[in-house]
Design a protein around this ligand. Sequence first.
Ligand code: MF3
Ligand code: CO
Length: 254
Amino acid sequence: MIILKTDSEIEIMKQAGEIVALTFEMLKEHIKPGVSTKHLDELVEKFIKKCKATPSFLGYNGYPASACISKNEVIVHGIPKSDDYLKEGDIVSIDIGAYYKGFHADAARTYPVGRISPEANRLIEVTKQSFFEGLKFAYEGFRIGDISSSIQEYVEKNGFSVVRSLVGHGVGKNLHEAPDVPNFGTKGRGPRLKNGMVIAIEPMVNEGTYDCYTLPDGWTTVTRDKKLSAHYENTVAITKDGPRLLTMLDNEVT
Ligand code: MF3
Ligand code: CO
């Protein structure tokens, strides 16, 4: 069942989303060679708590940290570790959720660590832009498949692949709600979008093939060919004024 949100609920979700956006702003300057992923996770946890919110992921289905930190061939759900350091040339995807006044907000960004290869940079940019290609259909009357197919088409046109086994989702009182929001699909198919729906659109884009698997830790999902993967996500409200990006600051440049 898709749960529609009222205007006042969307305002609360915007506040949750601002906490997530501010967490990324805080974190940016710490993303450099030599820092451990555990240190970044501690910064995230402290910051979210300072904002009087709770990290959405901590304890979710037993997840042991506040952020997912996924380097290079890790697609998503990388678990922060004290002996896992960022190094020059890495790309790192960071996924953060905040729970505030009864609602979640969920977002992810992929950052370069120092200087990275032109191809890695292109992967990051195509992943981000694919989100905005999907967003063009985040209006009442379109269908989920319009968002999905637009993301897939843009990514494949640029020579990359979209992950199939993980998808975006509705967001609200629960971190994951209906509907699924795949990054692949067919125009005109799937649930119809309605004002009041809130969804996390989150393309996961691989440099090589989309084939992936999960490590024995039960979380870390990696590309089978060990090539790079990037992730970009925002929580988006469908409103009568069009899509509202809940996890971006109003003055944030894209
Ligand atoms: N953005 C991720 C997702 O939607 C966050 C979940 S991570 C988990 O799947 F650790 F909380 F599961
Ligand atoms: Co998500």
